[in-house]
Every structure is written in structure tokens, then in C-alpha cells.
Design a protein around this ligand. Structure first.
Ligand code: GSY
Length: 175
């Protein structure tokens, strides 16, 4: 039996998505990069979903997933790590709610609540979005967010048009 080191006491959840170029590759690479860091361990990944665009609807469908990571990084340092990965994946952020190669959002960070201008936790719009809640329920259905379980928020949002693109929670490990 091997004993893996406990690299951190905090479990954070992340939302990943993209609709430009090869978003599945970008999300898989991002998860691998996070997992390869000494201060972050990916403990669960959702199935992969194909989702209709939210907000600005005249753009391509997205691929979305969520992950739970155990980390010793502070919220700000985790945000920096995610932004570094987005930059490495050459994310194109042309317009608000427009197309993007890769978006990584911190959804929750332990029980932390933050209203800082650069980082709001829990993510302010996560409880309204089917493309977040459906994958998040795969990895954290019983997580409480703003006083309700993820599964309870999910029961109230529109998930029409969302399809499972890959049933396997290991989709991101494929070569
Ligand atoms: O941070 C969210 C980026 N985004 C998405 C997304 O990831 N999925 C879908 N389906 N629509 C979206 N609109 C925006 S903005």
C-alpha cells in the first residue's frame, strides 16, 4: 500500500470550459498541469459535457467539466495558477461572455467566502448555470453553496440542450 502525502487541507472546486480551437484538449491539459504541481492534487473530475452557450448565444457550443482539487495554495495563489494555465493555453478573451479557448473558474474554496474584486467565492453566478451545476453535481452533489446543496440548485436550473460528451470521469487522462 502506498501512502500519498497530504499536500493540503482545503478542497476547492473548479469549473472548466471552452468553445474555441480544441477545448477538450485544453481542459485535459489544464487538469494535468494542475495535478502535476506539488501543491495541487486533482481528486475528482466530472464527466465531460457539451453545452449550449449561455449569455451570448450566437456562438459555438461549449465543452464543460468540473473538478475537485485538494490544494495547499491560498485562493489568490490558486487563481494565479489557473490564470497561468489559461495563458499557457493561449486563451482568447475578446469580449465578455464571448468565445474562449479555456476558462477556469474557482467555484468554491473550502468554506471560504470572498467578495474581493479579483476573486468572488463562491463564484457569483454558479448557482444559476446548468453548465456549471450539472458537472459539479458529478463530483460534489452534497456540497453546500450559499445555504443549499449543489443537487438542490441543480434541480432548479435549465439544463435543456446539455449533452454528455464523455461518460468517463477519466476522459482527461487519455493521451
Ligand atoms: O465562464 C463561463 C464561460 N461561459 C460559458 C461556458 O463555459 N459554457 C457555456 N455553455 N456557456 C458559457 N458562457 C460563458 S461566458
Amino acid at each position: 500500500m502506498s501512502i500519498s502525502p497530504d499536500i493540503g487541507a482545503v478542497t476547492a472546486t473548479l469549473g472548466l470550459g471552452g468553445n474555441v480551437g480544441d477545448p477538450i484538449h485544453a481542459m485535459a491539459a489544464a487538469l494535468k498541469m494542475l495535478d502535476e504541481r506539488g501543491d495541487c492534487h486533482v481528486i475528482a473530475v466530472s464527466r465531460l459535457y457539451r453545452t449550449p452557450p449561455w449569455g451570448k448565444t450566437d456562438q459555438s457550443f461549449f465543452y464543460n467539466s468540473c473538478a475537485a482539487v485538494k490544494t495547499s495554495l491560498t485562493p489568490d495563489a490558486l487563481l494565479e495558477a489557473c490564470l497561468d494555465i489559461e495563458r499557457e493555453m493561449k486563451r482568447v478573451r475578446v469580449e465578455r461572455w464571448g468565445p474562449r479557448t479555456l476558462d477556469i473558474d474557482i467555484l468554491t474554496y473550502g468554506e471560504v467566502e470572498s467578495d474581493a474584486s479579483n476573486l468572488q467565492i463562491p463564484h457569483p453566478r454558479m448557482t444559476e448555470r446548468g453548465f456549471v451545476l450539472l458537472p459539479l453535481a458529478d463530483v460534489a452533489a452534497y456540497l453546500a453553496v450559499n445555504g443549499r446543496l449543489v443537487s438542490e440548485w441543480l434541480a432548479e436550473v435549465d439544463t435543456s440542450g446539455i449533452e454528455i460528451a464523455d461518460e468517463s470521469p477519466d476522459w482527461w487522462r487519455r493521451p
